[in-house]
Design a protein. Structure first.
Length: 306
């Protein structure tokens, strides 16, 4: 089966899906950086955690703390006046910033309970009182409990962010599939009939560069006539776009790992047939081959009658 149409078909499809997933991931990261999606999501998560939707209470004080937002001027009026928004906050630093924002006398754990009573929001006050009671008079333990509370809250925020990014990746993949007519059904048929089209794929790409895109465009993708005719063939073409879109759910690392295995499998080649064993040319065919002589012990003399 090595070097067969099935293997070339698998290599071509896997390379196409992996490259599309890599393009989608690159565009997704660029959009996240341009629109500061991570920073905005983190800010929204902290506002929800501290029940400060208007950003005028605890969330504002936490974001003014230098451990959380070192590039801030320390006096943010509202979200729009934030000089910088962090994309990640260390849980231990968040705990210290939150305690510093609540505490009136730094390091005084006995007075911290009264400072928590002064918090206006009842839900946050109740949550911090529960952690304060379990700290057992230890400020470091209380900081660790607050950090764990922050971790749990950010797990939910991270889940919501991943679901939104998954939707964005699916939309980007569908857009690429339509723009460049990456029809999985048509690609499958063409590669099955002409497997040599995937013979130029000999390695897993290390990055999204011109060489990788050149190999992608060498595959049977793209428009031959535009706009398409709205008939039964177009319905099959749309189904091929949807299949291509669904492949991005697996991610580029999955497809490139599969591609590496397929390329290695093709590179092994066919196993050579075992040649029949023959006698050395220096020994004539009819020559007698000397046998190994086995020495035996001499026979004992027969016993004589006396």
């Amino acid at each position: 089966m090595f070097g067969s149409s099935v293997l070339e078909l698998a290599i071509g499809l896997t390379f196409c899906y992996g490259t599309v997933a890599l393009i989608v991931a690159t565009l997704q990261e660029a959009l996240a950086a341009a629109f500061r999606l991570r920073a905005d999501t983190l800010l929204a998560g902290i506002k929800s955690m501290l029940n400060d939707p208007r950003f005028d209470a605890l969330a504002q004080m936490v974001y003014a703390h230098p451990l959380v937002n070192p590039h801030s001027n320390g006096t943010p009026v509202d979200e729009r006046h934030l000089a910088a928004r962090p994309s990640y906050i260390e849980p231990a630093q968040f705990a210290i910033a939150l305690i510093d924002s609540i505490q009136r006398v730094p390091g005084d754990f006995a007075r911290l309970g009264a400072d928590i009573d002064a918090i206006a929001d009842p839900q946050v006050r109740r949550a911090l009182h529960a952690l304060y009671a379990r700290a057992g008079g230890d400020l470091e333990r209380f900081q660790a409990l607050v950090a764990g509370w922050f971790d749990n809250a950010m797990e939910r925020v991270s889940g919501a962010y991943k679901r939104r990014q998954l939707l964005i990746s699916l939309l980007l993949s569908l857009l690429l599939a339509i723009m460049f007519n990456i029809d999985s059904i048509s690609l499958f048929r063409t590669l099955w009939q002409q497997p040599q089209l995937a013979a130029h794929i000999d390695a897993v790409p290390g990055a999204l560069d011109a060489a990788t895109l050149g190999k992608l465009w060498a595959l049977p993708i793209g428009w031959t006539s535009f706009p398409p005719v709205w008939d039964s063939a177009f319905a099959l073409q749309a189904a091929g776009w949807l299949i291509t879109t669904a492949t991005t759910l697996f991610g580029a690392p999955f497809w490139f790992d599969l591609l590496q295995r397929a390329v290695q499998l093709r590179g092994t080649g066919a196993r050579p047939e075992e040649a029949p064993r023959t006698l050395p040319a220096s020994i004539p065919v009819n020559a007698a081959v000397p046998l190994v002589q086995v020495r035996t012990a001499p026979a004992l003399p027969a016993a004589t009658e006396t």
